[in-house]
Design a protein around this ligand. Sequence first.
Ligand code: GLN
Ligand code: ZN
Length: 794
Amino acid sequence: MHPIPTHNLGFPRIGADRELKRALEAYWRGDLSREALEDTGRTLRRRHWQQQADAGLSWIPTGDFAWYDQVLTLSATLGNVPLRHRAEALAENNEPAARSECGCSEPIDTPEAPEGPCRQVDLDTLFRMARGRAPSGTASSACEMTKWFDTNYHYLVPEFHPDQTFELSYRQIIDETREAVALGHRVKPVILGPLSYLWLGKEKADFDRLSLLDALLPAYQQLLDALAEAGAEWVQIDEPILVLDLPLAWQQAFEPSYHRLQSRAVKVLLATYFGALGENLSTAVQLPVAGLHIDAVRAPEQLLSVVDRLPVHKVLSVGAIDGRNIWRTDLQTARETLADVAERLGDRLWLAPSCSLLHVPVDLGREQTLDPELKSWLAFALQKVDEVVALAQLLAPAPAPSALAALKASDQSVRSRRESQRVHNPAVQERLRAISPTDSQRHSPFAKRIAQQQALLQLPEFPTTTIGSFPQTDDIRQARRAYKQGQMSEVAYRNRMRQAIADAIVRQEQLGLDVLVHGEAERNDMVEYFGEQLDGYAFTRFGWVQSYGSRCVKPPIIYGDVARPHAMTTQWARYAQSLSRKPVKGMLTGPITMLFWSFVRNDQPRSVTARQIALALRDEVNDLEACGIQIIQIDEPALREGLPLKRKEWGEYLDWAVEAFRLSASGVSDETQIHTHMCYSEFNDIIDAIAALDADVITIETSRSQGELLDAFEQFAYPNDIGPGVYDIHSPNVPPVEAMVNLMEQAARRLPKERLWVNPDCGLKTRGWAETEAALANMVRAARRLRERSRESA
Ligand code: GLN
Ligand code: ZN
């Protein structure tokens, strides 16, 4: 029997020390030369290829390195560069597009249709597309950015125009393939397939982007030819949209497209991941390609049906190692599951991680301070590559000693995790069992609650508030850092934070806002702040994962039953409230967001973990109420991104997500007002779930698609209070009073004006004080004008 071939779908490009981030940012600032930046990239690629080759992979990926994003690289490769970003067509006097820290992108300006493919692409073209600017040259608005499937990675959305043409225009993937081959590696370039590429983009005029397929395929053929010439025997073409519910026309477009891409000098491995092929299974197995990769971690149930239906000449690459999470593989179980498959497929079986390792940190070995037991349960990218190789050997008749040692270590880890008291907390489990349906219900319906809240709060019509955070000045960040590193005493730190809170309260009083916030100075990150105080959460030192461009996040790891050993926010909330007679909102991150912005347990359903977090937050909500806080906001910016990729699974998800939110919010009396906040505006398809949250007030982002959003709320007859964000916090511009008044008047035409609040569309932590105060002063003016007009018309 042959050794089972192994490969990888992609390696994290950012570097174990985030070298790429640092180099990129220095280059953008003008502190690093282009040569030095290119050098950093080369060093990283070289290192990552060598590490994967040393681990023993049969095929090393190329094309997974990107200066900003792999979809962006592909756009450039295909000559799909918006006119406004082309070197030859850079307009003067365009406003630079700011990219906020929260990852939202600016709306793009009205683009013109390009005349033909762009022929002069270089690094700076990529940066203009991604950031609206490059170190030299004028500014233009950046391409839109959005989440890559259900991950927290963001890609640059391709823009499409009718009559667009494509042509091989940028050779990075080809050059890098050559580079790897020259170093002696056996490579397998990775590119996103034509249908997924079109699907993930956006039409910039009224037409159907699928109609561009004919124009697009020749450019793919050019690319495949060039990759063959560079030395590739196999090319991995990713078509992750095959795990989505596709419209018929898209599904049917696969077969003719891949027929056209055939007969090239390379063999194609068609890769799917993030779910089961489902309805697209026959399409996928029948395509005229040499191999198929499936995700057997997210969708283990599809393995046997794919094996049954795969034509006998095709290779099946089984994604058996979880590329989306940080847990070590249970090698014994994987070996048992795959033994039959290996027997049946013989040398047609390949092994790999389930998807690109882009979504996990680079090297667990660097975590010197992590608890050793917890560490023994984990695997990052490098360790996952080792697991792939070990698993392949374990499926061979006489596994190497190193593979047997890996198996033994894996067994030990499985046992320790299953039995560890760090993971299993009987008190939490008992509490979960005792949950009753009334626990997720407020005492009275909204109409009754709001009357009681009004009587207590005495807020004016069109009450004004903000979303929680205020500018995080350098001084605040420095204090937090110094305290964390032990250079500032607890007392000094507390005083510094109190000072920031007092300052925020004074400013809000002066501005005349109605419902105040403490400003969140003590929070570095809305999940980390709470995770650090909860049992069951762990934090790594170097566990960075690319979120977009040079930005990385370090998601916490939820490894055990979640419990709250002590109150988390009450000292700050109580202090803030003591400074004002106006209500100060308590501010929490909701259970769904706490879940989705972390690496989650794979040994119990996410719904159970969500419920545990919800109970911990419920205690916090109740404690805030007990110390006199009358309004508590539970942020859920991640609710929508948790939606499963397949529509038929939405209902189940929304049920448990809504229940978790309600569980956290329903321990308080009717007079306590619960707010929630979400920073997106696509509500049409989940509006019933939003209403089912039964928050007394919801504040949302609207400044970019006001009309559509309000339509959804109007059509649904949304019953509770709502604050449609009246200005976009991602822009430093000060919004004019009239614009905000208009916006609110439009809202008041669709929704009862008694239900409306006036607020910005998100938190203000990325802004400076000057613009923040100017914007809020106008916002308060707008609210006053609205009240006057409302009185006049009464
Ligand atoms: N309360 C948080 C803040 O104001 C909300 C952040 C968010 O919506 N992402 O910063
Ligand atoms: Zn927000």
